[in-house]
Every structure is written in C-alpha cells, then in structure tokens.
Design a protein around this ligand. Sequence first.
Ligand SMILES: Cc1ncc(COP(=O)(O)O)c(C=O)c1O
Length: 425
Amino acid sequence: MQVETKVVPSDVLKRVRETVDANDRWRSQTINLIASENVLSPAARSVLDSDLQHRYAEGHPGGRYYEGTKYIDVIETLAREAMERVFQAGWADVRPISGTVANEAVFSRIVPQGSPAIAHTVAGGGHISHARIGALGKRTKNILSWPMQADGYTIDVDAARDLINTEKPSIVVLGRSLFLFPEPVAELRDVCRENGTRMLYDGAHVLGLIAAGTFQDPLREGADVLNGSTHKTFFGSQRGVMLTNGEDDKLNNKLDKGVFPGSSSNHHLFSLPALLVSALEVEAFGSEYAKATIGNAQALGASLAKRGFVVSMPERGYSASHQVAVDVAPYGGGKDVSARWCEQDIVCNMNLLPGEPGKNAFNPRGVRLGVQEMTRFGMGPDEMDVIADLMHASVEGTRDVRDEVKALRARFPEVRYGFKPEDLS
Ligand SMILES: Cc1ncc(COP(=O)(O)O)c(C=O)c1O
C-alpha cells in the first residue's frame, strides 16, 4: 500500500524549536514579578521528561483501573506522603492537575445546587474560580461577598459572622489571588461549625509560605479543606493539591470522588515526580526560602514607596506574603504601566487594588508584584531596591533600563533552595 506523505513546511517545524528556545532565553534575562509563577530546580526539571508523559493511572496506588502502573504507584505514594508530612495533614490528594481543578472538586461535592456561598469578589482579591462565572458558579449563582473594612482588604469579622448566621451558606471560601495578609480562619471557625458551613481555604498563592509555617496554618486554625496550586510560592511543577486534617472520612471520600471521576481522569503523571522532588525541597529549604520571600516583598514595598509609588496597605507594612500591590494610576494605570515595564523586560500583571470597583478589571489602577521567583534565584533586599529603581526610572522615562535588567538578572543565574540533578543519583 502506498502511504501518502504530506510535506510539512520545514520552516514551521524550525519555528517551534526557535520559539521555545527564544522564550527560554528571554525569560532567563527578565525580572519576573508575576505573583503566580515560579521556577523548578534543576533536580525537579530533570525528572519532568520521562515515559510518564505517555501513561494513565486512574484510581489510587493499589487500586487502579489500568495495568502497568507499578512504578507510578511508588511515585504517587511518595508524593502523597510528602505532602501530608509537609502540611502535617492527615489526608492529601495529589491528583488535581491545578488549583482550579482542586477547587472544582471541592465545590462539586459539597455545594448543593443553588445553595448560598460566601467568597471574595475578584475586586476583593478573589480568584475567578470562586466567582459566578467560574467553578463555584457552576454549582450556585447565590455567591455573597465577604463584608470588608474601610481599607477594602480586611474582612469585617463581626459582619462576616452575622452574614454566616443569617445565610447559613453551604461553603465559605477564604484565600485570594491578591493575597497580602492572613485570613480570619480561627475567628470564623466556630460560626461556620454552628451553621453547618464548610470552610475552604484556597491557599494557591501562599502554599509554600504555609508549608514553611510563615503565614498561617489553616488546617490547625479550623479550615475543613486547604487547596492550592503547587507552582507559586510552593515551587513545584504545575499541579494542584487538596489537604484536610484527615479526621472526617465522609468529607475525604467526597473530595476523593470530586477529583476522580469528578474533574479529572489522567492526572498528568509526567509532572508528579517533579512535584515529589519539589516537596522534598520544601521540607529541606522551605523555611529559609519563605522567610527570604516575605522579607523581599516588604523590602520591595518600602523601596517603591521611598520613590513615590503608592503601595497598598502601608499601615500594615505592605505585605505579609510574597506580593505587594501598587497604585500606578498616576503613571497611566495598570494596563499601560505593566505593558511598558514588560517592554523593559520587567514582567508583572495589572490588578485591581483593594476596594477598587470590579468594572475596572480591564484597566485597573494597580499592578500586583510577586517576589517569589526572584527570591528563588537568590535575590535579597538590596536587589529589591535596585528593581524598585529600575521600575521607577522606566515609568518616569528617565532611562532605558533593559541592559541594567539583563545585568542584574545575569548575577543570579541559578535556582537556589533546591537539589541538583546529581542529588537524585
Ligand atoms: C486564589 C487562587 N486560586 C486558584 C488559582 C488557580 O490555580 P491554577 O492556575 O493552579 O488552576 C489561582 C491562580 O492563580 C488563585 O490565585
């Protein structure tokens, strides 16, 4: 039989290689301040590309729907045990392929259709998966917003307790995308229990800080479920995780079904060994890293304020996490300024500021800056001051800073707080 061979234009094939390489090169020369990202260690990267790219493993180790999983079972068991150890959790599920999928798994099993829920608005820093148009909205449109204090960031705990008593929501969601300070978990625990309300703490952003014990401890403070992305301050591969204290079997079973078969089948096995290596790195280096990260965020906030930027929440020291929020309306607003910085190889995203109306989402006053990636490359407070100066010079238009960005970044080529590939042999 004659097999027809289609000619693929070789220039397109070549472009794939070139474009991936160009992105690698460019990103290694930028100051990346996107708060939801991080980089893997060389050790974690070394186990990303394997035969696991090709495999399936539905179910749990020892109880699969597929044959051929004996080595996958070892990795998944070790990963689950490591996550339980790191978070002192009685139960963990490492199969969600992202933080959103973990959230969906929770909502799908513990939010009855149409029941009341309370979450942050996107303007209040909440994530789109907590919104009517996101994962929670697939279960209920009856999503109420947390009542806020005048600063637009801090939850008004008394008003929140009243709201829970009146509405008796099936779920409340704490945790946000603009996440500067801990949430009132302990303060709201009792009122939730009295009303049969489940508390989900979405720790996507601050998971690495929680693991290190440097932010807050949601499971001990009273959250029923701690969800997160494993690739932001928890510097692992791009996945999600669900954690509980393990005491409520009925809850654990519901969450388990929420992940599979509820919201995933193949759970992207190729990235599981990298998550395992990263979890071991968090155990070994996480505390030092998290302290450096928070210190850098506070240093960047102070350095920007010193240069006349309006940094959010000065009365609380700008931040207790990896992020700071900055009002750049005097320079044209978040959309324009983040684009101008990106042209100068300083990468961040526009963001609504605390209390800013949601209708401004496409052209907000603010930007959100995260220091977790530059911290992983070993930068400290001195470098935060240099970055603030580069950002200032660039928006003031006093100089082109691209060469300075490149020179600063070149001084920090290696990922710290991690293992080397040879440590795995
Ligand atoms: C609070 C919060 N939850 C969930 C997510 C979604 O995480 P993922 O991108 O892993 O789906 C994000 C993303 O940044 C987030 O900020």
